[in-house]
Design a protein around this ligand. Structure first.
Ligand code: KIV
Length: 285
Protein backbone atom coordinates (compact mmCIF):
# COMPACT_ATOMS: atom_id res chain seq x y z
CA UNK A 1 0.00 0.00 0.00
CA UNK A 2 1.35 3.43 -0.96
CA UNK A 3 2.01 5.62 2.08
CA UNK A 4 0.73 9.16 2.47
CA UNK A 5 2.93 11.82 0.86
CA UNK A 6 4.83 14.06 3.30
CA UNK A 7 3.81 17.73 3.09
CA UNK A 8 5.21 20.97 4.50
CA UNK A 9 2.32 20.91 6.98
CA UNK A 10 3.55 17.54 8.30
CA UNK A 11 6.97 19.11 8.97
CA UNK A 12 5.37 22.00 10.83
CA UNK A 13 3.35 19.56 12.93
CA UNK A 14 6.47 17.53 13.70
CA UNK A 15 8.18 20.67 15.02
CA UNK A 16 5.12 21.44 17.16
CA UNK A 17 5.16 17.90 18.59
CA UNK A 18 8.94 17.93 19.07
CA UNK A 19 9.25 14.96 16.72
CA UNK A 20 12.53 14.95 14.72
CA UNK A 21 12.35 15.44 10.95
CA UNK A 22 14.54 13.18 8.82
CA UNK A 23 16.05 14.38 5.55
CA UNK A 24 18.66 13.01 3.15
CA UNK A 25 19.93 13.92 -0.26
CA UNK A 26 19.04 11.74 -3.25
CA UNK A 27 20.42 12.14 -6.75
CA UNK A 28 18.90 9.47 -8.98
CA UNK A 29 16.25 6.73 -9.20
CA UNK A 30 17.98 4.16 -6.91
CA UNK A 31 18.84 6.66 -4.17
CA UNK A 32 15.34 8.17 -4.43
CA UNK A 33 13.85 4.69 -4.04
CA UNK A 34 16.08 3.85 -1.04
CA UNK A 35 15.38 7.14 0.75
CA UNK A 36 11.66 6.49 0.28
CA UNK A 37 11.91 2.86 1.49
CA UNK A 38 13.89 3.96 4.56
CA UNK A 39 10.94 6.13 5.59
CA UNK A 40 12.86 9.43 5.34
CA UNK A 41 10.57 12.48 5.46
CA UNK A 42 12.37 14.76 3.01
CA UNK A 43 14.50 14.00 -0.06
CA UNK A 44 16.76 16.83 -1.21
CA UNK A 45 18.14 16.81 -4.73
CA UNK A 46 21.06 18.89 -3.51
CA UNK A 47 23.52 20.74 -5.70
CA UNK A 48 26.11 18.68 -3.75
CA UNK A 49 25.54 16.28 -6.65
CA UNK A 50 28.04 18.47 -8.51
CA UNK A 51 30.73 17.06 -6.21
CA UNK A 52 29.59 13.61 -5.15
CA UNK A 53 28.01 12.49 -8.44
CA UNK A 54 29.56 14.63 -11.17
CA UNK A 55 33.06 14.91 -9.69
CA UNK A 56 33.39 18.72 -9.68
CA UNK A 57 35.60 20.51 -7.15
CA UNK A 58 32.64 22.46 -5.72
CA UNK A 59 28.92 23.13 -6.29
CA UNK A 60 29.31 26.31 -8.36
CA UNK A 61 29.32 24.83 -11.85
CA UNK A 62 26.21 22.63 -11.76
CA UNK A 63 23.55 23.88 -14.21
CA UNK A 64 19.76 24.11 -14.15
CA UNK A 65 19.54 21.41 -16.82
CA UNK A 66 21.76 19.03 -14.84
CA UNK A 67 19.76 19.63 -11.66
CA UNK A 68 16.44 19.04 -13.46
CA UNK A 69 17.75 15.83 -15.03
CA UNK A 70 18.57 14.43 -11.57
CA UNK A 71 15.31 15.75 -10.04
CA UNK A 72 13.23 13.82 -12.58
CA UNK A 73 15.07 10.59 -11.77
CA UNK A 74 14.63 11.06 -8.00
CA UNK A 75 10.93 11.88 -8.44
CA UNK A 76 10.43 8.53 -10.22
CA UNK A 77 11.86 6.67 -7.21
CA UNK A 78 10.85 8.73 -4.17
CA UNK A 79 7.06 8.91 -3.95
CA UNK A 80 6.41 9.49 -0.25
CA UNK A 81 9.07 12.01 0.86
CA UNK A 82 8.65 15.74 0.38
CA UNK A 83 10.87 16.50 -2.63
CA UNK A 84 13.17 19.52 -2.41
CA UNK A 85 14.99 20.84 -5.49
CA UNK A 86 18.14 22.86 -4.84
CA UNK A 87 18.33 26.03 -6.94
CA UNK A 88 21.87 26.10 -8.40
CA UNK A 89 24.27 29.03 -8.16
CA UNK A 90 23.18 32.04 -10.26
CA UNK A 91 19.70 30.66 -10.96
CA UNK A 92 18.09 32.99 -8.37
CA UNK A 93 20.59 35.77 -7.68
CA UNK A 94 20.23 37.85 -10.88
CA UNK A 95 16.65 39.04 -10.43
CA UNK A 96 13.36 37.96 -8.93
CA UNK A 97 11.66 37.15 -12.24
CA UNK A 98 14.44 34.77 -13.20
CA UNK A 99 14.35 33.25 -9.71
CA UNK A 100 10.60 32.59 -10.01
CA UNK A 101 11.00 31.14 -13.49
CA UNK A 102 13.79 28.78 -12.41
CA UNK A 103 11.99 27.78 -9.21
CA UNK A 104 8.91 27.02 -11.32
CA UNK A 105 10.93 24.73 -13.57
CA UNK A 106 11.85 22.57 -10.58
CA UNK A 107 8.14 21.90 -10.00
CA UNK A 108 6.94 21.76 -13.60
CA UNK A 109 9.88 19.92 -15.22
CA UNK A 110 11.70 18.35 -12.27
CA UNK A 111 8.75 16.89 -10.37
CA UNK A 112 9.83 18.60 -7.12
CA UNK A 113 7.39 19.82 -4.43
CA UNK A 114 9.43 22.78 -3.17
CA UNK A 115 12.76 24.54 -3.77
CA UNK A 116 15.73 25.43 -1.58
CA UNK A 117 18.10 28.36 -1.90
CA UNK A 118 21.17 29.51 -0.01
CA UNK A 119 21.35 32.87 1.77
CA UNK A 120 19.80 34.97 4.52
CA UNK A 121 18.56 38.55 4.93
CA UNK A 122 19.94 39.64 1.55
CA UNK A 123 17.50 37.26 -0.16
CA UNK A 124 14.23 38.17 1.53
CA UNK A 125 12.80 39.83 -1.59
CA UNK A 126 13.63 36.82 -3.71
CA UNK A 127 12.18 34.37 -1.20
CA UNK A 128 9.01 36.44 -0.87
CA UNK A 129 8.63 36.68 -4.66
CA UNK A 130 9.00 32.90 -5.14
CA UNK A 131 6.61 32.14 -2.26
CA UNK A 132 4.06 34.62 -3.62
CA UNK A 133 4.29 32.84 -6.97
CA UNK A 134 3.02 29.74 -5.15
CA UNK A 135 6.28 27.88 -4.71
CA UNK A 136 7.30 26.90 -1.15
CA UNK A 137 10.89 27.83 -0.27
CA UNK A 138 13.34 26.20 2.14
CA UNK A 139 16.14 28.53 3.26
CA UNK A 140 19.77 27.55 3.91
CA UNK A 141 22.08 29.58 6.16
CA UNK A 142 25.41 29.15 7.91
CA UNK A 143 27.93 27.43 5.69
CA UNK A 144 26.52 28.05 2.23
CA UNK A 145 28.72 26.13 -0.26
CA UNK A 146 27.67 28.26 -3.27
CA UNK A 147 29.42 31.29 -1.69
CA UNK A 148 32.40 29.38 -0.37
CA UNK A 149 34.91 31.89 -1.78
CA UNK A 150 33.18 34.73 0.10
CA UNK A 151 33.17 32.67 3.32
CA UNK A 152 36.87 31.87 2.92
CA UNK A 153 36.46 28.09 2.76
CA UNK A 154 34.41 25.30 4.34
CA UNK A 155 34.38 26.58 7.92
CA UNK A 156 31.99 26.76 10.86
CA UNK A 157 29.79 29.88 10.84
CA UNK A 158 28.35 31.95 13.71
CA UNK A 159 31.19 31.44 16.17
CA UNK A 160 31.47 35.02 17.45
CA UNK A 161 28.67 37.12 18.90
CA UNK A 162 28.19 39.33 15.83
CA UNK A 163 28.08 36.33 13.50
CA UNK A 164 25.69 34.42 15.80
CA UNK A 165 23.35 37.44 15.96
CA UNK A 166 23.52 37.79 12.17
CA UNK A 167 22.44 34.16 11.77
CA UNK A 168 19.47 34.65 14.11
CA UNK A 169 18.54 37.70 12.07
CA UNK A 170 18.91 35.73 8.81
CA UNK A 171 16.65 32.95 10.08
CA UNK A 172 13.97 35.38 11.27
CA UNK A 173 14.11 37.34 8.00
CA UNK A 174 13.68 34.14 6.00
CA UNK A 175 10.71 33.12 8.13
CA UNK A 176 9.10 36.55 7.69
CA UNK A 177 9.67 36.32 3.94
CA UNK A 178 7.67 33.08 3.93
CA UNK A 179 10.29 30.31 4.00
CA UNK A 180 8.62 27.15 5.37
CA UNK A 181 11.84 25.63 6.76
CA UNK A 182 15.52 26.53 7.12
CA UNK A 183 18.69 24.41 6.77
CA UNK A 184 21.36 25.30 9.34
CA UNK A 185 24.77 24.15 8.12
CA UNK A 186 28.00 24.07 10.17
CA UNK A 187 26.78 26.25 13.03
CA UNK A 188 27.81 25.70 16.70
CA UNK A 189 25.19 23.52 18.42
CA UNK A 190 24.06 26.10 21.05
CA UNK A 191 23.62 28.78 18.36
CA UNK A 192 21.62 26.41 16.14
CA UNK A 193 19.46 25.46 19.12
CA UNK A 194 18.82 29.15 19.83
CA UNK A 195 17.90 29.82 16.18
CA UNK A 196 15.52 26.84 16.31
CA UNK A 197 13.86 28.32 19.36
CA UNK A 198 13.66 31.81 17.82
CA UNK A 199 11.79 30.77 14.65
CA UNK A 200 8.41 29.13 14.20
CA UNK A 201 9.41 27.14 11.13
CA UNK A 202 11.30 23.83 11.33
CA UNK A 203 15.10 23.99 11.20
CA UNK A 204 17.05 21.11 9.70
CA UNK A 205 20.65 20.82 10.81
CA UNK A 206 23.77 19.53 9.13
CA UNK A 207 26.74 20.02 11.41
CA UNK A 208 24.49 22.05 13.71
CA UNK A 209 24.00 19.68 16.62
CA UNK A 210 20.96 17.88 18.04
CA UNK A 211 18.98 21.01 18.96
CA UNK A 212 17.50 21.46 15.47
CA UNK A 213 14.03 20.22 14.49
CA UNK A 214 15.53 17.75 12.05
CA UNK A 215 18.74 16.43 10.53
CA UNK A 216 20.04 16.14 6.98
CA UNK A 217 23.11 14.41 5.55
CA UNK A 218 24.50 13.87 2.08
CA UNK A 219 23.64 10.25 1.27
CA UNK A 220 27.06 9.54 -0.30
CA UNK A 221 28.72 10.66 2.96
CA UNK A 222 26.41 8.49 5.08
CA UNK A 223 27.01 5.32 3.05
CA UNK A 224 30.72 5.93 2.47
CA UNK A 225 30.56 6.37 -1.29
CA UNK A 226 32.36 9.72 -1.37
CA UNK A 227 35.76 9.67 0.28
CA UNK A 228 37.56 12.71 -1.18
CA UNK A 229 36.97 14.25 2.25
CA UNK A 230 34.66 13.47 5.14
CA UNK A 231 33.42 16.48 7.14
CA UNK A 232 33.58 16.26 10.95
CA UNK A 233 29.77 16.31 11.19
CA UNK A 234 29.31 13.22 9.05
CA UNK A 235 28.62 9.82 10.55
CA UNK A 236 29.39 7.03 8.10
CA UNK A 237 26.74 4.39 8.76
CA UNK A 238 28.28 2.16 6.10
CA UNK A 239 31.40 2.01 3.97
CA UNK A 240 30.17 0.73 0.65
CA UNK A 241 33.07 1.82 -1.59
CA UNK A 242 35.30 -1.16 -0.59
CA UNK A 243 32.33 -3.54 -0.97
CA UNK A 244 31.63 -2.28 -4.50
CA UNK A 245 35.33 -2.36 -5.35
CA UNK A 246 35.63 -5.97 -4.20
CA UNK A 247 32.63 -6.96 -6.35
CA UNK A 248 34.08 -5.23 -9.42
CA UNK A 249 37.53 -6.78 -9.06
CA UNK A 250 36.01 -10.25 -8.47
CA UNK A 251 33.98 -9.85 -11.67
CA UNK A 252 37.09 -8.74 -13.57
CA UNK A 253 39.11 -11.69 -12.21
CA UNK A 254 36.37 -14.22 -13.06
CA UNK A 255 35.93 -12.94 -16.61
CA UNK A 256 39.68 -13.17 -17.16
CA UNK A 257 39.78 -16.66 -15.57
CA UNK A 258 36.80 -17.82 -17.66
CA UNK A 259 34.70 -18.75 -14.61
CA UNK A 260 32.04 -16.13 -15.34
CA UNK A 261 29.55 -16.52 -16.89
CA UNK A 262 28.81 -20.06 -15.66
CA UNK A 263 26.22 -22.44 -17.15
CA UNK A 264 23.62 -21.06 -14.73
CA UNK A 265 23.94 -17.58 -16.29
CA UNK A 266 23.30 -18.69 -19.87
CA UNK A 267 20.31 -19.65 -22.04
CA UNK A 268 19.79 -22.95 -23.91
CA UNK A 269 18.13 -23.84 -27.20
CA UNK A 270 16.12 -26.96 -27.87
CA UNK A 271 17.83 -30.22 -28.99
CA UNK A 272 16.08 -29.84 -32.32
CA UNK A 273 17.63 -26.40 -33.02
CA UNK A 274 21.00 -27.61 -31.76
CA UNK A 275 20.96 -30.66 -34.04
CA UNK A 276 20.00 -28.53 -37.05
CA UNK A 277 22.81 -26.01 -36.32
CA UNK A 278 25.33 -28.85 -35.84
CA UNK A 279 24.32 -30.34 -39.16
CA UNK A 280 24.70 -27.02 -40.96
CA UNK A 281 27.88 -25.62 -39.27
CA UNK A 282 29.60 -28.60 -37.68
CA UNK A 283 30.76 -28.76 -34.03
CA UNK A 284 31.66 -25.25 -32.76
CA UNK A 285 31.74 -25.73 -28.98
O1 KIV B 1 23.35 20.34 -1.66
C1 KIV B 1 23.20 19.77 -0.56
O2 KIV B 1 23.39 18.55 -0.43
C2 KIV B 1 22.81 20.55 0.58
C3 KIV B 1 22.81 19.88 1.92
C4 KIV B 1 24.20 19.82 2.42
C5 KIV B 1 21.90 20.53 2.87
O3 KIV B 1 22.51 21.71 0.44
Amino acid sequence: MEQKKVTILDLKEKKARGEPITMLTAYDYPTGLLVDRAGIDVALVGDSLAMVVLGHENTISVTMEEMLHHCRAVARGARRPLLVGDLPFMSYQVDEREAIRNAGRFLKEGGMDVVKLEGGSELVHTVRAIVEAGIPVMGHIGLTPQTISKLGGYRVQGKDLTAARALIDDAQSLEQAGAFSIILEAIPSPVAQLITQQVGVPTIGIGAGPGCDGQVLVIHDLIGLFDRFVPKFVKQYAKISPIILEALTSYRDEVIAGTFPGPEHGYEVSEEVLTALLKEFGEWR
